[in-house]
Design a protein around this ligand. Structure first.
Ligand SMILES: NC(=O)c1ccc[n+]([C@@H]2O[C@H](COP(=O)([O-])OP(=O)(O)OC[C@H]3O[C@@H](n4cnc5c(N)ncnc54)[C@H](OP(=O)(O)O)[C@@H]3O)[C@@H](O)[C@H]2O)c1
Length: 245
């Protein structure tokens, strides 16, 4: 199996890489921190995988296209691409100083970064008439939450993108999946100063994700308690949602 994972230097991406790593597996791992990339690659090689690393920013479109070309040439094709790299951050980083930059950067990473990751692999998958494109969105993509409008909007965009791409690419044998996790142990959630119900360890969360991807689910929202909660939130009146600060 030939697998590309962005954001493999920590959290969900690193754990997915290690769990997929095995003899006969070729991994393409990306992230900006070279030392963390080397550490993740070593852990995967120890499990028998062949690993190619790319220290690239997902926002850098030419670098991401070059990464895809390099991986396709080295691995002779691709079976699974997981656009996992993403960032969080409260809206106040932009709203307090009146500086659009943090919000714009969040959209570039979480939305444009997914496009930069997945699109360069589409021609190869079409030629193979097989392949699986995955993006890690979030339960936050179901309803805007106070203080995190930009993050919620970015994840909602990713869900819509994967939904639509799935309809278009299906006839080429390509499956598209959006993964919508609840709260999972990672560097991202380590910064949260609010309560995180139904919190999952990275290991458990990634086992669940791998199982859903093996089943070629088009969307996977987990854990089930959070999936239920966010469906209820869609219909909740605004005065209730406003209290989730
Ligand atoms: N943890 C949760 O509870 C949770 C819930 C829902 C959704 N998610 C989503 O899951 C994904 C993974 O997050 P995580 O929780 O595992 O957080 P994490 O530990 O902070 O990992 C984020 C990863 O993304 C990479 N990254 C960030 N910006 C990047 C950029 N511009 N270019 C390249 N790589 C970049 C980071 O690598 P470098 O810093 O080395 O570049 C890191 O490997 C994200 O899309 C996040 O939104 C997480």
């Amino acid at each position: 199996m030939r697998i590309v994972i962005t954001g493999a230097t920590s959290g969900i991406g690193r754990e997915l890489a290690v769990q997929y790593a095995a003899a006969g597996v070729v991994l393409g791992l990306t992230g900006r921190r070279q030392d963390r990339l080397d550490e993740a690659a070593a852990a995967c090689r120890a499990r028998g995988a062949v690993v190619h690393t790319y220290a690239v920013d997902v926002v850098d479109r030419p670098a991401m296209a070059s990464m895809a070309r390099d991986f396709l040439a080295a691995a002779g094709g691709v079976d699974l691409v997981i656009a996992n790299a993403g960032v969080g951050g409260p809206d106040k980083r932009s709203l307090d100083p009146g500086d659009a930059d943090p919000m714009a950067r969040l959209f570039e990473t979480n939305v444009v970064g997914v496009v930069n990751t997945l699109v360069p692999f589409v021609p190869a998958m079409k030629a193979q008439r097989a392949g699986h494109l995955v993006a890690v969105a979030s339960i936050a993509g179901f309803r805007a939450l106070p203080g995190h409008a930009a993050y919620c909007a970015s994840k909602s965009a990713v869900r819509m993108l994967m939904d639509g791409l799935g309809m278009d690419l299906r006839r080429h044998g390509i499956v598209c999946t959006s993964v919508n996790p609840g709260f999972v142990e990672s560097e991202l959630t380590a910064k949260n100063d609010f309560s995180m119900p139904f919190f999952l360890t990275t290991e458990v969360a990634c086992r669940k994700i791998r199982r859903a991807l093996a089943r070629k689910r088009r969307a996977y929202t987990f854990p089930w308690q959070m999936a239920l909660l966010c469906r209820l939130l869609v219909f909740a009146p605004e005065f209730i949602v406003r209290r989730l600060r």
